[in-house]
Write a protein that binds this ligand. Structure first.
Ligand SMILES: Nc1nc2c(c(=O)[nH]1)N[C@@H](CN(C=O)c1ccc(C(=O)N[C@@H](CCC(=O)O)C(=O)O)cc1)CN2
Ligand SMILES: [Mg+2]
Length: 296
């Protein structure tokens, strides 16, 4: 028996439809249009693709999209000035600075310059602290998308063994916090973990977020486990390139109970959750209860 394929692309489309419904209601009932500002520094081709899709999907959901492209040698102070202006702009409810920033910039300082209530990435230290202490926070989009797929597939996650492979601030750590919030027993594994295959074999849920093509092997997966693959790695494929995840999909699909594909799994959920977070931010800023069905 091969695993159930968790279709993130289809799931993301249903979230974007719900977002569009809420946006239409905010317009007609409160004369409010949620606005998302995305800032790109430099010309990284993958980042350009992601920023373009964010702009397109923001528009398709009926929201206002503000895109700012700055040259690769922009001084950090100029970027922070732009963030300050966006913080004060009443048409902007969400601000996202596309990562990675050029190496000379202090990414943390830039992220912490965003007003926490407009931090739709959930990377600001205030939101990190709120999430870590189980309080209402803006939740990072990729881990939120992973959690939504897990909840939709399993219902309750209570008591399950979850292994998150990767300890980044943008995926691994918040993912672990979210799973802990669902009463999973959570292990964060990383490059120094001893006998990683044995650790992963204990998992009912594996979230792979290491950025290494096909690192998680099929025989590391416990039969029937759910595998969420966050990796987006571009590998050579003849004259071209193709995308592969952090999991050896062809092997893992034979063992797992359910698995996300790459592409078409976690990636599309990231942008759908960004739109949902922007609606939430807009509602909160205007004293309106945010919709509960967007991130349930
Ligand atoms: N400020 C942020 N920067 C980055 C984030 C983020 O959440 N906030 N995440 C990633 C990039 N990212 C969004 O920014 C992102 C990556 C991938 C996808 C996606 O839909 N991927 C598709 C494949 C697309 C392709 O062909 O390349 C898929 O997996 O099916 C969406 C968003 C780093 N930076
Ligand atoms: Mg740096």
């Amino acid at each position: 028996m091969t695993a159930t394929i968790i279709d993130g692309k289809a799931f993301a489309a249903t979230i974007r439809e719900k977002v569009a419904g809420h946006v239409a209601r905010l317009k007609s009932e409160a004369d409010l249009t949620p606005g998302l500002a995305v800032v790109l520094v430099g010309e990284d081709p993958a980042s350009q693709v992601y920023v373009r899709s964010k702009g397109r999907l923001t528009g398709e959901a009926g929201m206002k999209s503000f895109q700012h492209s700055l040259p690769a040698d922009t001084p950090q102070a100029d970027l922070v000035d732009l963030v300050d202006r966006l913080n004060r702009d009443p048409q902007v409810h969400g601000i996202l600075v596309q990562l990675p920033l050029p190496a000379y910039m202090d990414s943390e300082a830039v992220i912490n310059a965003i007003a926490p209530e407009k931090d739709v990435d959930g990377f600001h230290i205030s939101n990190v602290g709120l999430l870590g202490t189980g309080q209402s926070a803006m939740v990072p989009c990729t881990p939120l998308g992973c959690l939504m797929m897990l909840r939709a597939h399993h219902g309750s996650l209570s008591g399950m063994n979850a292994v998150v492979v990767g300890r980044s601030n943008i995926v691994g750590k918040p993912m672990a916090q979210l799973l802990l919030g669902e009463s999973c027993t959570v292990t964060i594994a990383h490059s120094r973990t001893r006998d990683l295959p044995a650790v992963v074999r204990q998992a009912d849920i594996v979230v792979a977020a290491v950025g290494q093509p096909k690192m998680v092997q099929g025989d590391w997966i416990k039969p029937g486990a759910t595998v969420i693959d966050v990796g987006i790695n571009r590998v050579p494929n003849g004259e071209k390139t193709r995308l592969v995840g952090d999991v050896d999909f062809d092997a893992a699909v034979q063992v797992a109970g359910a698995i996300t594909p790459v592409p078409g799994g976690v990636g599309p959920m990231t942008i759908a959750c960004l739109l949902a977070n922007t609606v939430t931010a807009c509602c909160k800023m205007n004293g309106i209860d945010p919709p509960e069905d967007l991130t349930a």
